[in-house]
Every structure is written in C-alpha cells, then in structure tokens.
Design a protein around this ligand. Structure first.
Ligand code: CTP
Length: 405
C-alpha cells in the first residue's frame, strides 16, 4: 500500500516502546510518507534523536523553542495529514485528556486539524487504573482514534495488557485509514437528512403542502451513504425511495412530526442536512370532520410551526456539522447568509427560484454554497445527484477542516 505524499507527524513520548519507533518510521517512509518526528524529553531517554532523524530524513523536533528559534507547532498541526502519538505514555495521555500544553507534542496535538491516532503504552496496572480509563474515554470523545494496546510481556517483567501495538499493526491501521478516508471519507459518522414536503392537515381530507418531491434530499442521503456515513432519512410524504437499502427511513407527515423525529435523530448525528421544505405555518385547528362549503369566503387561521434547523443550531455540539437549505426568490445570497448566521448553521445550500432548472420538480439543480468562513461558491446547473455529491464534498471539507473529525 502506498502512502505516497502523505504527511505524518509521529510523536514519540516516554515509554520503553519508543525503541520500536525507528522501525515504524522506516515502514512509513518506505511506503512514500513524509514523516516529521517529535520527541519528548522522556522519549529521548528510550530512543535516540539521531536514529529517528536518520530514518525519517528530517531533523527531530524536541521542544517548542530551540535556541533562539521557534518551532511552529501551529504550522505543523496544519501541515499533517495524520498525527500519530506512539508510544503515548500515561503521562501524555493525561495531558491530552486535559488540554495541558508543556511540550512540543501537546502543542502540535492542540493545533492539529488532522485525525490523531493514539497508541498508548504502559504497564497493565497503569493501563487499568480508573484515571487512565477515564483519560482514554475522554480522548476518544474528542474524536481521537485509539490504537488498541496489545497483550504480552511488559517492561515490568509482568505479562498483560498495555503493550504498544506493534509498528507493523500501527502501519497497517494507518494505511487502511488513508484508503478508507479517500474512498469513504465519512466512514464511521452518522448523518441525518430531512427531505420532502410536509402536509399540514386542515380536516380529514385536506392539507396545506408544497411541491417538494424529496429528490434533492434523497440524492444527498445516497451521496452521504456512498461516502461511508450511516444515514437516517426523515422524510415527509414522497413517492420515491432511496435505492440504497442501508439508508434508514423515518416517515413523517407534518412539520411537528418532522421536528420531533428530526430532533431525536440529529442529537445522535455527526452531520445533519435539512433539505426538507417544511411548512412555516400550520392550521391553528384541525377540523374533526370535512369542512363543508358555506359562505363565499373562508378564512383560515394559521400558526407558526417549530423550526428544526434553528433548534438544532441552538444545541449544536462542536463535533456536529449542521447544513440548511434556503429557497429564495430575491436578494438570494444576502437572505441565505442571514439564515446561515441566524440559525447557527455551518453551511447553507442556496436555491434560487430565479434560476432556470432549479428548485422543485426538476431533475436538475443550480445551487450556491455558503459557509461560515464567508465563502460563497456558485455551482453550475447539474443533475440533482451530481449536486448532492458536490454538497457532500463540501461537507467532507468542513469535517476535515475541523479538529473534531
Ligand atoms: N426548516 C426547518 N423547520 C422549519 C422551517 C424550515 O427545519 N419549520 C429548515 C429547512 O429545512 C431549511 C431551512 O430551515 O433547511 C430554511 O428554510 P426556509 O423555509 O427556506 O427558510 P425560513 O427559515 O423558513 O425563512 P423564510 O421562510 O422566511 O425564507
């Protein structure tokens, strides 16, 4: 497997397993990766910087400031495609779990926007200690990837759990990560998509609805599933079904039902895409029997529905990505930006009804993507499935730009 062009920061901390890291560097470099080694003071007692700089072909960085020069940890954190902390001592694990920053490894870790792999190494009793257990749990909650320890002989002479994974196993985990990341960048993530119209019942035979067909939402659900996400589609009344049977479907009818179901699913989801055309108003009262015609005029009293996108924006966790749609007929970009900020979304997909081939009922769509960094990306008129793939590419970029992936 090739790691050609991949940039990897390998952080070596104080554990006897550090003596195995030149082998890990050699495997990575042979596969084509560029490896920058970071070494803590304790790590340097177990493995020499000279050995590591020789196999990596790069100077090993041992502190944030060396002499009168400063090693730019922020730049390194941005440079890396992956950071691997191997071996990760109990002490470093504690620092990662608590955000401490007293060496180059912690500084780069806190600056890294790439996925971070942590390969702990310690004696079994240390590994089983409740504080270590809590630290392991916490770093996983921060979306770091734990490389499980292995069972075997330990430095103490005891035999048990706590050995650092063998360099060959760390290497194969990294290569399979990169293969998956390229083909299935959203593997392991949960996504919710809302789609279709909502029907607001007036009486047993009539409703207020809209012309949404759900095609755009279904296409997004399919594209997210193709990118590896586990998808739940919360949909209003639509005729089509997603072709991918792995997509879990929850059918609802009204805006209130969509709100209730969507809230539950989204709370557990890493990504929520709200593509449904939800009614903003519903009849204040639903007649129990068919409304009979009588006078020349009939007035309906409508009340506001609850806004799912706005509600999710209020409770959004840092690990969650929230995407809304905006269907506009005038001052499109300005109105979409108001929705982006007002509803605390990470991205808004704008449809303008003024664009030919865009909006309800067409197989094509012309969208513009707005993000919180201020970017506005207009896309060409394309099929809804191509537009969905483009939307998912933008979602993937957002996820990878965040430390929390
Ligand atoms: N939305 C929602 N729940 C609602 C209304 C809207 O989740 N009750 C979501 C839509 O799915 C879409 C976004 O909010 O992702 C924007 O919907 P839109 O109807 O275009 O905008 P509104 O915020 O309702 O504003 P306005 O109708 O004034 O344009």
């Amino acid at each position: 497997m090739s790691l050609k062009g991949k940039k990897i920061v390998l952080a070596v901390t104080g554990s006897i397993a550090a003596y195995k890291t030149p082998n890990l560097v050699r495997l990575l470099v042979k596969a084509g990766a560029e490896v920058q080694v970071l070494l803590t003071e304790a790590g340097a007692r177990f493995v020499s910087p000279l050995a590591l700089s020789t196999v990596s072909g790069k100077q090993v960085l041992q502190s944030v400031a060396e002499g009168d020069s400063w090693n730019n940890h922020v730049a390194l954190g941005l440079w890396a495609d992956a950071m691997v902390i191997a071996p990760c001592s109990a002490n470093t694990l504690g620092k990662l779990a608590n955000g401490l920053c007293d060496n180059i490894v912690c500084a780069v870790y806190l600056s890294a926007r790439c996925p971070v792999f942590v390969a702990p190494a310690m004696d079994e009793d240390m590994w089983m200690h409740p504080s270590t257990r809590a630290n392991v749990k916490r770093i996983q909650e921060y979306r770091n990837k734990l490389i499980p320890t292995e069972f075997g002989e330990l430095a103490s002479g005891l035999v048990g759990e706590g050995r650092m994974a063998e360099p060959e196993n760390i290497f194969s985990l990294l290569t399979s990560y990169f293969t998956t990341a390229e083909n299935k960048p959203l593997e392991g993530l949960k996504a919710m998509v809302t789609a279709g119209p909502t029907y607001e019942r007036l009486d047993p035979v009539r409703f207020i609805g809209n012309f949404s067909t759900g095609r755009m939402g279904i296409a997004i659900a399919e594209a997210l599933a193709n990118a590896g996400a586990q998808v739940t589609l919360v949909t209003g009344p639509i005729e089509r079904q997603p072709a991918n049977h792995a997509i879990n479907i929850i059918r609802v009818e009204s805006a209130d039902e969509m709100y209730e179901a969507g809230l539950v699913v989204a709370k557990e989801s890493d990504i929520a895409v709200l593509a449904a055309a939800v009614a903003d108003y519903k009849p204040a009262q639903q007649a129990p029997n068919k409304i009979k015609k009588a006078d020349d005029e009939l007035s309906l009293k409508l009340t506001r529905t609850k806004d799912l996108l706005a509600a999710l924006g209020k409770i959004k966790e840092p690990w969650q990505t929230l995407i809304g749609f905006a269907l506009e007929t005038e001052n499109e970009v300005e109105n979409a930006r108001k929705k982006l900020n007002g509803k605390n979304a990470d991205m808004i997909v704008l449809n303008s009804l003024r664009d030919e081939g865009a909006g309800f009922g067409h197989d094509t769509n012309k969208i513009t993507i707005l993000k919180r960094d201020g970017s506005v990306v207009p896309l060409e008129l394309q099929s809804k499935s191509d537009a969905a793939v483009a939307i998912v590419d933008h979602i993937t970029q957002l996820r990878y730009a965040e430390k929390t992936v």
